[in-house]
Design a protein around this ligand. Structure first.
Ligand code: NAD
Length: 312
């Protein structure tokens, strides 16, 4: 069977994901690429064609609609809710040939926009096509290595069709429930991460000011009840964990503006569900402040350690 994929959004994540997907498909399959950034498209197509390992045929489209026309599966990896909504509006037109399609959206957006878009796909195609949410974790490193974890929101019946596609770009697919729940899981996780990161930065700062040696303190947290991903893997204090962004001037990692974005989406989704978040607005102030601060902006989100204490 020949498979044709449309791939829309070739930024930091999508570029690497499309590369892994194309490489793992067979030469009888096709991947049709589209991004507003023409350079990203041609550079990726060049890399794909140079690869000696085979892989699917590559085409470049001049619009999201044209990338989707022949596709059985359309993957979107776009920045914000408005982009996902806008791109699907451009695709779901009378010019789109009638055939069943699976739309897999890997963008981190809010669940309610995702549900609206899913409904527009069902309505426009009389139920023959489906839109599933599959936000991911693992960052650019995971996207490049093909080790992403996807949180999938879709009907049980769509899992067997969707999972093998995602496994070409990642190593784990967690089916969370009906459409939209992948995003709910992702935003709940990132809310916890946002708070744990700030709490770790504060607790480290506190202990250091009390005279504790940073590595000793982190070592104590990590065998005690304060242990969390920011204390153990992504410690915000320079020099504590050699491989953490903090030890290379907070370069790389998960950008402070992406954390601010995800926290905003979590707050919006919490309001819609009438769920009270006591710590959210303070956390948002911290990430928004760090994003605007010259010594923090563009850096890993653990840079809040530097921001909150006014450190240089
Ligand atoms: P990015 O900004 O690097 O890439 C987005 C791409 O979409 C750009 O190339 C842009 O030109 C393209 N684009 C925007 N509007 C478009 C349109 N209308 N039509 C076609 N292309 C369009 O973003 P990213 O870092 O790749 O992130 C993508 C999504 O993945 C976001 O929702 C982000 O929150 C999520 N995510 C990112 C990371 C990460 O570490 N970067 C990790 C997990 C999840």
């Amino acid at each position: 069977r020949l498979d044709t994929y449309g791939f829309i959004g070739l930024g930091q994540m999508g570029y690497q994901m499309a590369k892994n997907l194309q490489l793992k498909l067979s030469p009888s399959d096709t991947v049709c690429l589209f991004d507003l950034n023409k350079e990203a498209m041609s550079s990726l197509a060049g890399e794909m064609k140079q690869s000696q390992a085979g892989g699917a045929a590559v085409q470049l489209a001049d619009s999201a609609l044209n990338a989707s026309k022949d596709a059985d599966t359309v993957i979107t990896v776009l920045p914000e809710p408005s982009h996902v909504k806008g791109v699907l509006e451009l695709i779901l037109t009378p010019d789109l040939p009638n055939r069943p399609r699976l739309f897999i959206d890997c963008s981190t957006i809010d669940p309610s926009t995702s549900r609206q878009v899913a409904k527009s796909v069902t309505d426009a195609t009389s139920g023959s096509s489906h839109f599933v949410d599959a936000p991911m974790s693992g960052g650019v490193v995971g996207a490049t290595a093909g080790t992403l974890t996807f949180m999938l929101g879709c009907a049980d019946s769509l899992v067997p069709r969707t999972e093998p596609i995602l496994l070409r770009m990642g190593k784990r697919v967690l089916h969370c429930g009906r459409q939209g729940t992948g995003l709910s899981a992702k935003l709940a996780n990132n809310y916890l991460l946002a708070i744990n990161n700030i709490a770790t930065a504060e607790a480290m700062n506190l202990g250091i000011r009390w005279g504790l040696e940073p590595k000793t303190l982190a070592g104590i947290f990590n065998v005690s009840t304060g242990k969390c991903w920011p204390s153990e893997i992504n410690n915000p204090v320079p020099g504590v964990i050699e491989t953490a962004p903090a030890s290379r001037d907070y370069a790389g990692g998960f950008g402070v503006s992406l954390m601010r974005k995800d926290l905003g989406l979590a707050i919006q989704a919490a309001e819609e569900a009438d769920a009270k978040l006591e710590l959210a607005s303070k956390a948002r102030e911290v990430y928004e402040g760090a994003e605007k601060d010259d010594k923090c902006k563009g850096r890993d989100f653990s840079v809040v350690y530097r921001y909150m204490d006014g450190k240089e």
